[in-house]
Design a protein around this ligand. Structure first.
Ligand SMILES: Cc1cc2nc3c(=O)[nH]c(=O)nc-3n(C[C@H](O)[C@H](O)[C@H](O)COP(=O)(O)OP(=O)(O)OC[C@H]3O[C@@H](n4cnc5c(N)ncnc54)[C@H](O)[C@@H]3O)c2cc1C
Length: 358
């Protein structure tokens, strides 16, 4: 049986894992640490898995993960439009991108490998913790012993489950439609039937990606146009309490880091991956948990707001957006503060999600 040793083993090469692996190597000044990135999917399946996404990110992501730069850009995003019940339409500016996510991630992994990181295509199937070492069992019977284990294995995280940690997850469905998109715009449509979530329409080259929470009676019939692909995947959101257990650090959707309101998780995952790498380099995993919890990404306002939206019917959804009917400006803010105070915590969450939601 083959046995390998490393200092850091990152499991899962999605946004969170590729960031954790890249920064573990990038910050390893003397290239003295053995870093391994483990991914279960072969190239074809990897590309397929990671294109199941709206692929929308904000420009701010790249401030957070510098020196990683935007690449494989499909489209520049300049605005965001929301449709709320009561014929309320709100348009705000947004500085962001639609990226070709699989190629963008592959690009980061290439840089990581050039820096001296190791990429292994295999699956974690089990692990045992022993003081300062974790023994990881692979699907081919191989073993990797590691000082730090980074769980970046997504919303269905086997590592999280084996640690006995509950996670909040929700399935989403997305259709790639043969439909001319509204370029440079992210569109969101809110309705009580989405139970706190929304339907989205994101541009994707000549096509449009349309998605919503997955529940049987909410299917594709209402979407006009030819369906080119149907994609389903789950999102982990709302946090898990402790993000580290001894020398095991959970990042991205494995730690349910997607934003409860927007369900955007690329930026949150990449930021938590970077924070975990920084803490590992300092040999202080606790620092990661502390830093994440102190960040706006982990604000409890998001989950509280989501839980309240979930309970609202269309009348109330319309009512709470009424002050913004004529746009988001200083007058709408004053109006909301004076006459809509019962929704103040939700407005605060919206404000914060403008900063860290994507
Ligand atoms: C339909 C849909 C649309 C979305 N659109 C957006 C969007 O536009 N913008 C945005 O910011 N977010 C979006 N999200 C959320 C975002 O996709 C996730 O938050 C993000 O993928 C989380 O990244 P991650 O690296 O934590 O997990 P994942 O992307 O799930 O990556 C986990 C990786 O781990 C690997 N893995 C799993 N188990 C093992 C194992 N045992 N051994 C080895 N490898 C393993 C997987 O193969 C995978 O490569 C969307 C989600 C869905 C479902």
């Amino acid at each position: 049986m083959k046995e390998n040793k490393c200092d850091v083993l990152v499991v899962g090469a999605g946004p969170a894992g590729s960031s954790a692996a890249f920064f573990s190597k990038f910050l390893d000044d003397y290239n003295k640490r053995e870093i391994c990135l483990l991914e279960r999917l072969d190239n074809q399946k990897y590309l397929h898995y990671h294109e199941m996404c709206g692929e929308g990110v904000s420009e701010d992501l790249f401030k957070d993960i510098s020196p990683i730069k935007p690449s494989y850009i499909i489209e520049r995003i300049r605005k965001l439009r929301e449709y709320w019940p009561g014929d309320i339409e709100i348009e705000t500016s947004m500085n962001g991108y639609i990226i070709d996510r699989p190629l963008f991630l592959k690009g980061i992994i290439d840089q990581y490998v050039k820096l001296g990181g190791k990429y292994i295509q295999n699956s974690l199937v089990d692990f045992v913790e022993k003081e300062r070492e974790t023994k990881v069992k692979l699907s081919d019977g191989g073993i990797i012993k590691t000082t730090y284990l980074v769980a970046a294995d997504g919303a269905n995280s086997l590592i999280r489950k084996k640690l006995g940690i509950e996670g909040r997850t929700e399935p989403f469905i997305q259709y790639v439609m043969d439909k001319e998109p509204e370029h440079d715009t992210l569109i969101f449509e809110y309705d009580e039937k989405w139970e706190g979530d929304y339907e989205w329409e994101f541009p994707h080259g000549e096509n449009t990606k349309v998605g919503f929470p997955f529940v049987d009676h909410r299917d594709s019939e209402k979407i006009g146009g030819k369906i080119l692909a149907k994609q389903t995947r789950i999102v982990g959101f709302g946090g898990i309490g402790n993000n580290m257990h001894g020398n095991i650090l959970l990042v991205g959707d494995a730690a349910c880091h997607s934003n409860p309101l927007t369900k955007g998780g690329i930026r949150a995952g990449m930021v938590s991956g970077k924070m975990a790498a920084e803490a590992i380099i300092n040999d202080n995993p606790l620092e990661y948990d502390k830093k994440w919890k102190q960040s706006d990404f982990a604000s409890p306002l998001f989950l509280q707001a989501f839980n309240r939206l979930k309970e609202m019917d269309n009348r109330e959804l319309a009512r709470h957006m009424e002050p913004f009917r004529k746009g988001v400006n200083v007058f709408s803010t004053i109006k909301s503060l004076l006459f809509y105070r019962k929704y103040l915590e939700i407005y605060k969450a919206y404000d914060l999600s403008d900063k860290v939601g994507w």
